[in-house]
Design a protein around this ligand. Sequence first.
Ligand SMILES: Cc1ncc(COP(=O)(O)O)c(C=O)c1O
Length: 383
Amino acid sequence: MRATVAIIDTEQLRRNFRLLRRHVEPAAVLAIVKANAYGHGLVECAELFRQEGAAMLGVAYVQEGIQLRQAGNPLPIVVLTPPQADEAALYCRFELQPLACSLPVMEQMAAQARRFGVRLRVHVAVDTGMHREGIPPSEVRDFLQRLSELEGLEVVGLCTHFATADEADPSFFWEQWRQFRDLVRELEAAGYHIPYIHAANSAAAVRFPEARWTMVRPGILLYGYQPWQGGEKLPVKPVLQWKSRVVAVRRIRSGEGVSYHRLYRARQETTIVTVPVGYADGYRYGLTGRAECLIHGKRFPVVGAICMDEILVDVGQEPVQLGDEVVLLGEQGESALWAEELACWLRTIPYEVLAGISSRVPRLYLQAQVDATEQLSSTLARV
Ligand SMILES: Cc1ncc(COP(=O)(O)O)c(C=O)c1O
């Protein structure tokens, strides 16, 4: 097995889910597992959320839904990007629920559903201001009428997505919220009964009880990251640690350079260690000259250009040995380093850091009822 692994604490994932579920009750939870469950493992996380009582799962693409079906996950699965007509048969065959946001596409979906002899459940997507997908609120009633004339479809959901629920200034959030609320009221008054009304991502689910309706759609919070920086927070904790080991140790003289283009020069004689992780694993080239990692519970700079498969760390005079643990993301002794920090070095967001840990990095799942530290060290001893 590779020395570089992503370790997923399934008990912490469970705790995060429970904290969120209790917080939003009686709203149901659609757990977002797209992008390999934000890097944490699509099939494994989806199964845990199923055990914990998630009502539905959210993916971005049909292929992710098919992967879940092939792994035997029976939960309703909503595909959260606009469907393409040529995917209609896959939606029907694998019982995936599309967003309804185009009549011609829905006509094709309905035709396939009749061919397959199934009723395809769909969620009408409403564009309240994000302008990414969905139809304007003013067109929803007419759209619903047209959908009801298509045999083979059943509207089970009405949804929108907030663009700014994590911003300090909530004014645009409330604009979107008002539009959606008015639409929900109008449809109720017109006699529509749509069981799943959903809009809230993690930030909205925590901050705005008014935005929960019958179901919420959290992602980042389940994986242990705060969706917004102000006010009320749930005490979730990160679930994924990214660890490796030292595979080479060398002394270099003052003035010598390391890695491609010798971007970094030693100011004094020092020890450089090699760690087998690189940009092909998601440890991005953009971290060149900016990152730190943990060894022996201390922070050391990652130096020189990030390579495809390796990075170099200047550990100074620290007596680092072959095989010593290196933490890229996670905890070691009293020190910790989480995705917010990597995101800051990369001028990006924690979502991208987590989702960017590539499939080349093996995922290890720490199970319940065993001392986590013990399990972690025995797992790492095997790699
Ligand atoms: C449609 C939709 N709903 C919910 C989410 C979850 O967002 P978050 O991870 O901020 O909770 C996303 C994520 O981007 C999304 O695209």
